[in-house]
Design a protein around this ligand. Structure first.
Ligand SMILES: Cc1ncc(COP(=O)(O)O)c(C=O)c1O
Length: 375
């Protein structure tokens, strides 16, 4: 493969599709599946992941965080319904309505602004009512929810189609708190539907809940991280088989033999303890190859594991190959993914970096070319 920038992410769309099929097999054919494709599909390419899901019939809804993310999907020709998961400023609403993006309405002010946007856009505003049942982020309280449902039902140009909430600890080992939250949400959703006078699409299950809380599946599930192949937390039960959606690869750009005592990189933080071969790779923190990997990370070349030495630079990093090597300039280097029998998993990065897999894949920067596997 000849790429103008050797550092690239391979997106395993077939694996993402298989993950979606595994989710469907678990939740059953009658429930809808919304896939979270916000933040460029957690770094995997929102348009390509959405196209795959639409073409393969493995999802019914797409979830975005911002109006431009929704508009981008429409401009790419996607026809599935799109839900913007968080609140929307009044000045963003008309563009969302014109693009056919369903709004999450979190307050009565937002309800009024949605009606105004519908009038200005000359088409109905589709909305889902967001209830805060314990996330503590956005949404009306359970007590306020029926009144908001009444108001939304009465507003001209506003079409209330769903009611939803978000679960903050569905991925935790102890299921008790989430179980209780789900039953509170079910009661809130009943009250909202009674106030609206009709059935709505009721949903709350993020990946943790898809994996661990069947009572949360309701009318639609909303998985994000698990469609890309990762559990939200090491504690979450692995009830559904998942395959990784991304590998991160580059090539050796420079190779040299250095004498014992030679320093490598900024700050001279690594001094060769023996004569050794050092490979340089064109990947650095501007690619999402975190600087915290300095003297701690590892890469795979030809199925073998090698340590990063010296500081990770903005665009380059160095690898200790040892005193004997058959590695050559141009050889493939795996930063994330499989090489022969060896593998570096996203979970390993997350643990080393003191973060979660979500942040690892989101941080693979736009400079890194995405190469999409056929599916
Ligand atoms: C409202 C909402 N639903 C669903 C998701 C998907 O969550 P996860 O990636 O944990 O499955 C998110 C992601 O943050 C979200 O904000």
């Amino acid at each position: 493969m000849s790429l103008l920038y050797a550092t690239h992410a391979r997106i395993h769309l077939g694996n993402v599709r298989d993950n979606l099929r595994a989710i469907r097999a678990a939740v059953g054919p009658s429930r809808k599946v919304l896939i979270a494709v916000k933040a460029n599909g957690y770094g995997h390419g929102a348009v390509e992941v959405s196209r795959m899901a639409e073409a393969s019939g493995t999802a019914e809804w797409l979830g975005v965080a911002t109006v431009p993310e929704g508009v981008q999907l429409r401009e790419a020709g996607l026809r599935l319904p799109i839900l913007k998961l968080g609140p929307t400023f009044p000045w963003e609403m008309q563009a969302a309505v014109e693009a056919g993006v369903t709004l999450a309405v979190c307050s009565s002010e937002e309800a009024d602004a949605a009606a105004e946007a519908a009038r200005a856009a000359g088409r109905p505003a589709s909305v889902h009512l967001k209830v805060d049942t314990g996330m503590g982020r956005v949404g009306v309280t359970q007590e306020e929810a029926p009144a908001l449902a009444l108001r939304l039902s009465a507003l001209p140009g506003v079409e209330l189609g769903g009611v939803f909430t978000h679960l903050p600890v569905s991925d935790a080992a102890d299921p008790a708190w989430t179980r209780e939250q789900i039953s509170r949400f079910r009661a809130a959703a009943e009250a909202v539907q009674e106030a609206a006078g009709r059935r709505l699409l009721v949903h709350c299950a993020n990946s943790g809940a898809v994996l661990a809380h069947e009572s949360s599946w309701l009318d639609m599930v909303r998985p994000g991280i698990m469609i890309y192949g990762f559990r939200p937390d090491a504690e979450t039960p692995a009830t559904i088989p998942l395959k990784p959606g991304m590998s991160l690869l580059t090539r050796v750009s420079f190779l040299k033999r250095v004498a014992a005592g030679t320093s490598i990189g900024y700050g001279r933080t690594w001094i060769a303890p023996r004569d050794t071969f050092i490979a340089t790779i064109p990947a650095g923190y501007a690619d999402g190859f975190n600087r915290l990997f300095s003297n701690r990370g590892r890469v795979l070349i030809g199925g073998k594991s090698y340590l990063l030495v010296g500081r990770v630079c903005m665009d380059q990093s160095m690898v200790d190959l040892g005193p004997e090597t058959d590695v050559a300039v141009g050889d493939e280097v795996v930063l994330l993914g499989r090489s022969g029998e060896a593998e570096i998993r996203c979970e390993e990065w997350a643990e080393k970096l003191g973060t979660i897999t979500y942040e690892v894949t989101c941080q693979v920067s736009p400079r890194v070319t995405r190469v999409f596997d056929p599916y």
